[in-house]
Design a protein around this ligand. Structure first.
Ligand code: AQP
Length: 323
């Protein structure tokens, strides 16, 4: 069934409008690796319930992420919504009986999200168990994620080991796949770009939005002719993603004090606009041509279900939930 290829699993939460941090941190890798690996890419709508409480918004966001996935070039057969696989939540419960509260308390993302004002629900705390189920149920070898999710993949490995020790060899131990150069994309305020921090540049932003957002990137107060630090500047961090061909020249001008932040931002606007424009058009076309986007990924849903069901049958037998 897998044709000898290794398995890739990853997902994105439909917790808001996807942004360039999601793209460069994770989604771009999904596209680059989708043929080399047997890929299972999902929309993590059960995860998003930890931060989205409006049913219409969650449903709309879920549909939007499918469109986003298709627009960046993912194959429909590789896509499915997490909620189509109820076995994942079932497996997460079994994992809950393996891991301890002190162990999960070490998860950094939970603490950060609570500090940022998210309600400290049991679901948010238990997020790594659900993510482990997403990954392990498919027998993933690699999980492409941004730096912020690395610890969660390590938790999935620990859970797999613990389960295997207790019940016999069942799960593969997955590895996080992180692109060093874009481990964390900064937002317009200089913090990690994040849907819930309201500091994003949307992946399908309009030209006007791009202009407004880039112009509002926070910089230090150095004047046009002053020398500038490429490592400390958010505008330059984004040039690394969008201005590859001119990066050395820009770095030189930063160091010599021959470019001001205004000009640097104008160059960035031009480059982001020419990157996003064609993606946006493609997305609009897919949306226009397809009334129900879930029909497009029907085979992806069936393929993921088949794999998850087979794994859960094995797990139920191992833990004694069989009659
Ligand atoms: N700023 C970022 N830089 C690099 N990678 C990032 N990712 C997110 N932000 C950045 C990566 O995108 C993938 C999907 O993330 P997610 O939606 O599952 O959850 P997240 O990491 O919590 O993403 P956000 O945007 O910060 O969402 P909210 O605000 O809802 O929590 C992951 O691989 C992530 O590493």
């Amino acid at each position: 069934m897998t044709g000898g290829k290794k398995i890739l699993v990853s997902g994105i939460q439909p917790s808001g409008t996807l942004h360039i941090g999601n793209y460069f941190g994770a989604m771009k890798r999904f596209v680059e690796l989708q043929d080399e690996f047997e890929s299972f890419i999902f929309v993590a709508n059960y995860h998003a319930l930890t931060s989205v409480s409006d049913a219409n918004i969650l449903a709309e966001n879920t549909r939007n992420v499918i469109l986003d996935y298709l627009a960046i070039g993912l194959t429909p057969e590789n896509l499915f919504p997490q909620s189509d696989i109820p076995e994942v939540t079932e497996l997460a419960w079994i994992f809950n009986t393996l891991i301890t509260v002190p162990y999960l308390s070490r998860a950094v993302a939970y603490k950060e999200k609570v500090e940022k004002g998210l309600e400290a629900t049991v679901g948010l705390f238990d997020y790594p168990a659900l993510m482990a189920a997403d990954i392990l149920i498919m027998d993933a070898d690699v999980v492409p994620v941004g730096q912020d999710q690395k610890q969660h993949v390590e938790i999935a490995r620990d859970i797999a080991e613990k389960f295997n020790n207790r019940y016999g060899e069942t799960f593969k131990l997955p590895k996080a796949h992180i692109m060093r150069e874009v481990a964390t994309v900064p937002g317009i305020d200089g913090q990690k770009m994040s849907k819930s921090y309201k500091n994003t540049i949307p992946l399908f932003a309009t030209d006007e939005e791009i202009k407004k957002l880039v112009m509002s990137i926070v910089t230090d107060s150095k004047g046009e002719k002053e020398k500038k630090d490429v490592e400390a500047d958010t505008v330059f961090a984004l040039h690394r993603l969008f201005s590859e061909t001119k990066l050395a020249e820009l770095a030189e001008r930063y160091k010599n004090g021959t470019i001001g932040y205004k000009e640097s931002k104008e160059i960035l606007i031009k480059n982001i606009t020419s990157f996003i424009g064609p993606l946006r058009e493609r997305r609009n076309k897919i949306a226009r041509d397809n009334k129900n986007i879930f029909d497009v990924i029907e085979n992806g849903r069936a393929r993921a279900q088949k794999r998850a069901r087979a794994k859960m049958k094995e797990v139920r037998e191992k833990v004694g939930i069989t009659f």
